[in-house]
Ligand binder design. Structure first.
Ligand SMILES: [Cu+2]
Length: 467
């Protein structure tokens, strides 16, 4: 799938200093081990090394029509990176776009310096290079994308998937990644530049729906087989209420990897940037199913309707070796019993003299208080506005404790959660020992750009005042 190759760690490679990622353990997200070296692979693991070039390139989102896209390695999505927990990922980025860019590693617990935000690194200038290097502590479906000028760069095709395999995964007949997106093309099949106030309010929803960079492709699956389908919603603003012909599937994973046990459902909502992993099948030969997004009213101005992403055709029968255990993983709850909120994060939209402002705690580009390593965070994320916003926290996984006081149907690790209008989502997370500048924001790209974001420091105890 990808062009990367493996090579063993060679002595003398650069170490990153001043950052420590905690070690994987029974529940990796809670452990901490000062000996964990973010720059060196675990014993018997490798450095997964690859080069990435960003540049303008021709791409056929729609068959027979050429778009000047912006690509990682001349493809949309960029190459799917695959690695194992405990490997080090080393990506040498060369930017051949006409403007600066970065790579943000969405969902990964990495040192702040590798997060790819303009808070932590100078964006890579045209013609410049930067090497990202960090260890992969967690299994799951992640993705990468620029963290500058996203409404243009991501819309034109800059994104890709990263799959990290764990030591103890369920067995499937196939393991596939589907990166969903939509793109707004003009009559000449070129990507429309950012639009007017409706788009700034709603976020952009394109009329061409893409699976792995192609418009409404045909997919096939063998009758009788069960596959692992990993979905990434890379859209600017589109929510995907995913259905596969209305047939039941099993949800087995979310943003932060496997969930405790499979959950049977006929649909699942992916806000922008969300990931979900499904066990799909078995189907009967000859069936034809729509992979589609059912109408979802996120209270934007556009009217919701069912829209197709792909067509799934079921081919001849093949034997199955799939084995999906009832227990997929142990997740330790961060909070037992009643939680005491430590912070309120208000999401608001204000229309005033400055036009439309998308705010956190009543200001754009909010500077939030530091959090201290090892101090449990319980945040009430409160949506004061009349439309949905997907809340994304960089660098750390959280657990959703409640949505308007109701516990979610299953425990999971997340980095993105939808916050419905006039609702409160209570989350808990534990800052492990990765000090630095971090951020959270709405992942509707136009809202993020218009200020619905905040930055804050993670500080060591006693190292800095926390208030
Ligand atoms: Cu938003």
């Amino acid at each position: 799938m990808s062009e990367h190759h493996h090579h063993d760690h060679a002595a003398g490679m650069q170490h990153m200093h001043g950052s420590v990622v905690h070690a994987p353990a029974a529940d990796a997200h809670l452990a901490y081990d000062a000996a964990y070296d973010a720059a060196q692979p675990e014993p018997d693991h490798r450095v997964v090394s690859l080069t990435m070039e960003t540049c303008e390139s021709d791409w056929e989102f729609t068959a027979g029509r050429t778009t000047r896209a912006w690509c990682f390695n001349r493809q949309v999505p960029g190459p799917t990176i695959e690695a194992q927990v405990g490997d080090v990922l080393e990506v040498r980025l060369t930017n051949n776009l006409p403007e600066p860019t970065t790579m943000h590693w969405h969902g990964l617990r990495l040192p702040a310096a590798m997060d790819g935000t303009d808070m932590m690194q100078q964006p890579v200038a045209p013609g410049g290079s930067f090497t990202y290097r960090f260890k992969l502590p967690d299994a799951g479906t992640f993705w990468y994308h620029p963290h500058v000028h996203e409404t243009v760069q991501m819309e034109r095709g800059l994104y890709g998937a990263l799959v990290v395999h764990g030591p103890d995964e369920p067995t499937f007949d196939a393991d596939r990644v589907f990166v969903l997106d939509d793109v707004l093309l003009d009559d000449d099949a070129q990507v429309e530049p950012p639009g007017g106030w409706v788009e700034r309010h709603n976020g952009r929803e394109g009329d061409v729906r893409l699976v792995n960079g192609r418009q409404e492709p045909e997919l096939t699956i063998a009758a009788g087989q069960i596959e692992r389908w990993r979905f990434v919603n890379a859209s600017s603003a589109r929510y995907v209420r995913l259905s596969i012909g209305g047939r039941p599937f099993k949800i087995i994973g979310t943003d932060g990897g496997l969930i405790p046990s499979p959950v049977t459902a006929t649909e699942v909502l992916l806000a922008t940037a969300d990931r979900v992993e499904l066990a799909v099948g078995p189907f009967a030969e000859g069936e034809v199913l729509a992979v589609e997004s059912l109408a979802y009213n996120r209270r934007s101005i556009t009217w919701p309707r069912d829209e197709r992403f792909a067509t799934l055709r079921v081919g001849p029968h093949a034997p199955s070796r799939a084995m999906i255990p009832e227990t997929l993983r142990h997740i330790e709850p961060l909070v037992h019993g009643a939680a005491v909120p430590t912070r309120e994060v208000h999401l608001g939209v204000k229309i005033g003299l400055k036009g439309m402002e998308f705010q956190i705690n009543h200001e754009t580009h909010h500077r939030d208080d530091p959090v201290v390593v090892g101090q449990l965070q319980v945040w009430d994320v409160i949506n004061d506005s009349n439309m949905d916003h997907p809340f994304h926290l960089h660098g750390f996984f959280f657990q959703v404790l409640a949505v308007d006081g109701e516990a979610p149907p299953f425990l999971s690790w997340e980095d993105t959660v939808n916050v419905p209008p006039k609702s409160t989502v209570r989350i808990a997370w534990m800052p492990d020992d990765r000090p630095g500048e971090w951020m959270y924001h709405c992942h509707i790209l136009e809202h993020h750009e218009k200020g619905m974001m905040a930055h804050f420091r993670v500080v060591r105890p006693g190292g800095e005042r926390a208030d």
